[in-house]
Design a protein around this ligand. Structure first.
Ligand code: B12
Length: 215
């Protein structure tokens, strides 16, 4: 698919989201775009367009309700287009994904689906506070924890999770992702994570690498 077609699709998607035109959003995202997988639709269309809308809101161009409705509509369509879980599950370490002290849930949902579609089984912890998360990780004896955050204060709470798990002497590999880690490429190290992934595809790659390390 050419760059100009992708740009054109992004424009259509953005206008439709801002107009809260659910039908057109669905048409753009489920339409016949040969060579574009469901994950590419998410990563080449939804992620950059929601980012543009977020920046537009920051600059006073769009209202918070437009940002909110865009997020909600995308959540619904993502559920429709992402593939179901792969029936041939991979033998793997115990893992789960969580949104830490944050209400931005779309990224987590996509990473969760990407891992399940690639054959991994993992728990979905929903949204949690750091102290509850530490208790749950220990109780469930997790070996890999994926944390999604979209706000800087939430990203800084990863430190509390890392500290709490060290105190509990529970070894677990922590993979983080989300906007604050894109904005500051050193942040994941500063909060004590073991890895950072930019996209859902990265998450699958990193889990695969960690599995080899843990084997
Ligand atoms: C949609 C949106 C919302 C929606 C959320 C709807 C929902 N149900 O999720 C609503 C309107 C509710 C919202 C609210 C707020 N928001 Co908001 N929001 C956004 C926006 C525009 C897009 C986020 C999104 O869904 N993107 C699409 C998803 C698919 O992308 P993603 O989450 O990045 O995930 C991808 C990757 O990051 C990666 N990934 C994600 N998680 C993980 C995890 C792992 C382990 C790995 C490997 C990879 C990975 O893979 C995903 C797929 O590729 C962003 C802008 C931005 N730049 O991100 C602002 C943004 C995140 N919001 C922001 C803010 C400030 C807020 C509010 C505080 C606004 C307010 N004043 O009320 C509230 C706070 C809510 C809260 N307490 O959590 C700021 C955060 C700034 C900061 N530095 O902290 C941003 C960056 C906007 C901005 N430019 O200022 N928001």
């Amino acid at each position: 698919m050419s760059d100009s077609t992708v740009l054109e699709l992004r424009d259509r998607l953005k206008n439709a989201l801002l107009m809260i035109d659910y039908r057109t959003v669905r048409e753009v995202l489920t339409g016949d775009h040969p060579g574009m997988t469901p994950f590419q639709r998410v990563e080449y269309l939804i992620v950059p367009v929601l980012e543009q809308i977020g920046t537009g809101w920051e600059n006073g161009e769009y209202s918070l309700s437009q940002v909110y409705m865009s997020g909600r509509i995308c959540e619904e369509v993502v559920d429709m287009i992402l593939p179901p879980s792969d029936p041939s599950r991979i033998r793997q370490p115990k893992m789960a994904i969580v949104t830490l002290e944050d209400y931005h849930v779309l990224g987590k949902r996509i990473v969760y689906s990407a891992l399940r579609a690639s054959g991994y089984e993992l728990g979905n912890y929903g949204q949690m506070q750091a102290s509850d998360l530490v208790r749950r990780v220990v109780a469930d004896r997790l070996q890999i924890l994926l944390i999604s955050v979209l706000m800087l204060p939430s990203a800084l709470h990863v430190k509390d999770v890392v500290g709490g798990l060290q105190e509990a002497k529970h070894p677990v590999k922590i993979i983080v992702g989300g906007a604050p880690f894109h904005f500051d490429q050193q942040l994941w190290r500063e909060v004590g994570a073991d890895a950072f992934g930019e996209t859902a595809t990265d998450a699958v790659r990193i889990v695969h690498q960690l599995m080899e390390e843990l084997a």
